[in-house]
Design a protein around this ligand. Sequence first.
Ligand code: UDP
Length: 474
Amino acid sequence: METQNHKLHIAFFPFMAQGHVIPAIHLTKLFVSRGLKATIITTPADAPFIRKKIENSGTQINIFTIKVPAVEVGLPENCENFHSATSPEMQAKFFKATTLLGPQLELFLKQRKPNCLVADMFFPWATDVASKLGIPTLIFHGISYFALCATLCVHLYKPHNQVSSDSEPFVIPNLPDKIELNRKKIPDFVKDGVENEFKKMYEESMEALKSSYGVLVNSFYELEHSYADHYRNVLGLKAWHIGPLWLCNEVEDQKLSTDEHECMKWLDRKKPNSVVYVCFGSLANFGDAQLLEIAIGLEASGHHFIWVVNKQNIIEENWLPEGFEERIEGKGMIIRGWAPQVKILSHEAVGGFVTHCGWNSTLEAVCAGVPMVTWPLFAEQFYNEKLITQVLGIGVDVGAQEWIRVDGEIVKSENIEKAVRKAMVGEKAEEMRSRARGYAEMARRAIEEGGSSYTDLNSLIEELRSRAITTETS
Ligand code: UDP
């Protein structure tokens, strides 16, 4: 039988943004490490980045390029990834452009005939394209089981319609824990009366959960077992947990990185757990007023810090308090641009992490056993905050009250100072650190042979293999 002799072929189709592409590369490498053949579908703009990552690792992965129809939706021709869509209007158009990729995907599937398509959650239409050709689609959400359950229950039960104001709390129904939110903390596109590209995509991606073959979850069972069980047994959907993905590639990635950022030497001179690391992921972009509050709050906390400031903020350097850089000399480091986050978090000097609760950052902190100060901004980050602070007990919230907007709420320096102190020192901090370290150990065991993520991936591969054999022989 052909499939017994030939490798199973999986095609990966990530959304064109770094937060999606990086885990997709890890995911692809993981499948290849289990003997499968893999192709990544991407744009000419993102291909060199992906190629470099896989070439360095010596892994055999094919790349297939498609062209985003940017001009057709009114974007500049070179707008081929989300980072080059720099305004909400451009971003909406970019989403629109991706929905026009169906014919190119279909052509690829017809030519290469993969046994399975792993499509990004932002491409819900891809499930239909593949199923017409008899190819099963797994959806890669890149979010936690907790956020998957919460998103689905908000979608199904619409608890936000039961309250009379944006700040009135509601409980998300049908979850294992009592999780309270309000309308300010859930996305606009979830709400009734909003019609836009995001809303359309969100509605379709909820439907695709049911019509797809299942979802791949970048998480591990021990971290959120009640939500993993809930998703499968109560909400009745198929899922496989296969993470933490970056940890599966960690050893190899560490071997490959030769250039050491100056912050690592700086950290070597610090005492264990004495430095707080502050970073808000790859997309967040604070205004000057918020940056000023962060600077004041960090200085007032008295803790040493590494603070990553997104380069796009830096037009003029007038967002720092007078004399700040001189005063913090030796105590604080500002990294303008990209920081080696995983390495920083793993350094023994780092004792806390102020994070926007992006799922990759959250998992990286969990795997490093570092307590968090949660400061969600958008997407599913307000759900992740609840998981971190309420369910897992490994973080304190800074008090962010709503999705970030240009003219939105500013988190005050006093709140930042207080939350940093709570996460860094004292009885509560030690308890959180010890719990976080427990999860870090569980994460490592989960990806080892026989561990929960290792085993779940095995059962998925076996299922795909027997499906492929049945299809071939029928
Ligand atoms: N990241 C990094 N250095 C930076 C900023 C971000 O290495 O200076 C990495 C971080 O380790 C994580 C990813 O970028 O893997 C951010 O993903 P996440 O899901 O946390 O947030 P997003 O960027 O999607 O909002």
